[in-house]
Write a protein that binds this ligand. Sequence first.
Ligand SMILES: [Fe+2]
Ligand SMILES: [Fe+2]
Length: 157
Amino acid sequence: MVMEKSKVFRDITESKEYQRTRNLRQHGNVTVFEHSVYVASTSLKISKKLHIKVDEDVMIKCALLHDYFLYDWHDKDHPKLHGFRHASIAAENADRDFGLTKKEYKAIRSHMFPLNLRLPSSREALVLTLADKYCAASETIKTRKNRRVMKRKAAKA
Ligand SMILES: [Fe+2]
Ligand SMILES: [Fe+2]
């Protein structure tokens, strides 16, 4: 399946509501939009590699919407305890704007496991938590590397 061509991917990413995530920063210079697309493609790759049978449409939808909390958590006035609360906020927003099944809602709400102690209750939910952690770590490492390179360049100039 070519993720970018799937109906679920296009319906969500091309919607006016979802375009807001292009202006919200997630890790370093990575936007919520970029992070979420990365998590979606990584989720599909992980499920194939580990032979975990997932519903690909559900997987893509949950991954795209798992961080749909719609505020910049770098701002001072963002909701408190972002790490603990944003999964529930994202699930509520996603249900309002795109409509979620119970399974999708639960997968989004548990994506911060073990931080929020909500156990992933489906294969899609399990893959989502793994993919999200992998992507967040790799984005953070890339950002740190970029900063080191910029510092070195600035020192030489
Ligand atoms: Fe998250
Ligand atoms: Fe995430």
